[in-house]
Structures are given as structure tokens and as C-alpha cells.
Design a protein around this ligand. Structure first.
Ligand SMILES: [Zn+2]
Length: 287
């Protein structure tokens, strides 16, 4: 059964660890993340971007696959199915499709509009037991051409959005999506501390987890980060393992072309990466 992310994140914040959000792209991804969470007795959040949702033929397909797999694999750890960086329309579609958690990203709207739309999404979601994440201060990425420091959210704006009743808050603290450039200045811990002081018990979300050094991740968790998003890193290890299989000519040996064999090394690589992250975030055994 899918659950909202509210309880698992409250527990994480109180217990000083973080729950990983691992983005899924297909069946192999979903299976790898669910099996690893179960094996390590860890709560987990499956993230689905609008692009990945489209790729999997729609949010309904995703919700149906995840629910069925959760059941057929006998998963007993808490699993939330979460829309990542949802638009207003995307959020409504996922609520309809049966997602248990929604991120509404209104960070590109003027603050008043972000607040009005966030409020509406929060109301609908909470009436259905769905958790909500909102974002303050755009989180940079290579597409935006923002390279270097990344943006830092205003603590006052964070408090305004937190007070709307969101269940988790994403705030830019110098983090960016994708692979970090060599001249990246690192996370801004003063900003994180200021945001936490203003938002209190609110679980904070760290986007762009790929390539942030382990010691910075650990420090961010001590300053109130309770959810960490991992996406690019799983993609990189999946591609690397698949490349290795093909470069070794294994697809040409026997039935090595069978997709169940061809995709197996990549799937195993995702499992290993998810395990590594759950150990780093401290969520192992916390289900
Ligand atoms: Zn993000």
C-alpha cells in the first residue's frame, strides 16, 4: 500500500536522518528501488518527473505499475509515490491518478501566485491524505545556464510557504540539478540554518543530490534536511553498467541479447547505488 510522505518525514526529522527520493523511469528502476528499500528495511519515496510520467505513457500507468509491484513483491516498508517538480496541471493529474505525494513547483511564479496555487493544491491533497512539497527559490540546473553558486532561498519566503501547511519544503541552498560544475561553491549552510530557524519542525528537501560530497550531505541532515532527491546518479551507474555489458560483447554471447539479461547489470547497479545512499542518509532500519 502506498502512503503519503508525511509520517516518514516527520520521523526522519525527529530522528536526524533523511529519506531518499529516487526517481524512476521504467519497470527496472521501480523494481530495483523497491527491492532495495525492503532489503534494508528503509522507508522510500519514488519520484516521478513529468517527463518520466509521459515516457511511461502517463501517470495512471505509473500509479498502476507501482501499486501492483508493491503488492506483488510483498513490500512492507513505507513507500510514497511522489510527483517531482509538478506543474499545476501535472499535480492535478497525479492526484487523479492515485499518487500519494505531490510536489507543486510554483517557484517560477511571482510569490503571490506561487502562494495562491500552492494553497489550492495543498487543500485538495490534504482532503485526500496526500502529502505536498512546495519550492521556494528556484533550484538551478544546467538548462538554466546557472552555473556556480546555485540560488539561495529567502528564509522569510520559506516561512510564508511553510505556514500554508505544506508537509515538506524544498529551498535552494546553492544546490543544483544534474552534475555539479568543477567551480561549484558548495552548499550554503548559513542559509540552510537560517531557513530551519524560521521553519522549525518542517522537513526540508535537498534537490540535486548527485555529486554533493558525503560530508556536506551529513551536515545538511543535521541542519534539518529530511528528504534528499537522487536522480542523475542512478542514471549514470545504469548507463555505465549497460555499456560495460555491451562493450564486453556479452549481448552477442548465447541469449545475452534477451532484455532480461541486457538490463540486469544496470538494474543491479541502481540497487547498489540506492543502498549506498540509504546508508549515507541514515534511513536503513527505519521503516
Ligand atoms: Zn529537483
Amino acid at each position: 500500500m502506498l502512503v503519503s510522505a508525511t509520517e516518514m518525514l516527520k520521523k526522519a526529522k525527529a530522528g536526524h536522518y533523511a529519506v531518499g527520493q529516487f526517481n524512476i523511469n521504467n519497470l527496472e528502476w521501480t523494481k530495483a528501488v523497491l527491492q532495495t528499500a525492503q532489503e534494508l528495511n528503509s522507508p522510500v519515496i519514488l519520484g516521478v518527473s513529468e517527463g518520466a510520467g509521459k515516457y511511461m505513457t502517463g501517470f495512471k500507468t505509473v500509479a498502476a505499475m507501482v501499486k501492483a509491484m508493491d503488492e506483488s513483491l510483498g513490500i512492507t516498508v513505507p513507500v510514497a509515490l511522489h510527483l517531482d517538480h509538478g506543474s499545476y496541471e501535472g499535480a492535478k493529474a497525479c492526484i487523479e491518478a492515485g499518487f500519494s505525494s505531490i510536489m507543486f513547483d510554483g517557484s517560477h511564479f511571482p510569490l503571490e501566485e506561487n502562494i495562491a496555487k500552492s494553497k489550492e493544491i495543498i487543500e485538495i491533497c490534504h482532503s485526500k491524505g496526500i502529502s505536498v512539497e512546495c519550492e521556494v527559490g528556484t533550484i538551478g540546473g544546467e538548462e538554466d545556464g546557472v552555473i556556480g553558486a546555485g540560488e539561495v532561498a529567502d528564509p522569510e519566503e520559506c516561512k510564508m510557504i511553510a505556514d500554508l501547511g505544506v508537509d515538506m519544503l524544498a529551498a535552494g541552498i546553492g544546490n543544483i540539478h544534474g552534475v555539479y560544475p568543477a567551480n561549484w561553491a558548495g552548499l550554503n549552510f548559513d542559509a540552510l540554518d537560517a531557513i530551519q530557524q524560521k521553519t522549525g519542525e518542517m522537513p526540508l528537501v535537498l534537490h540535486g543530490g548527485t555529486g554533493i560530497p558525503d560530508d556536506m550531505i551529513k551536515k545538511a541532515v543535521t541542519l534539518g534536511v529530511s528528504k534528499i532527491n537522487v536522480n542523475t546518479e542512478c542514471q549514470l551507474v545504469f548507463a555505465e553498467a549497460t555499456r560495460g555489458y555491451i562493450e564486453a560483447g556479452k549481448d552477442l554471447q548465447g541469449k545475452g541479447f534477451d532484455p532480461r539479461k541486457l538490463l540486469a547489470p544496470g538494474t543491479e547497479a541502481i540497487k547498489a547505488k540506492v543502498k549506498e545512499k540509504m546508508e549515507l542518509f541514515g534511513s536503513v532500519g527505519k521503516a
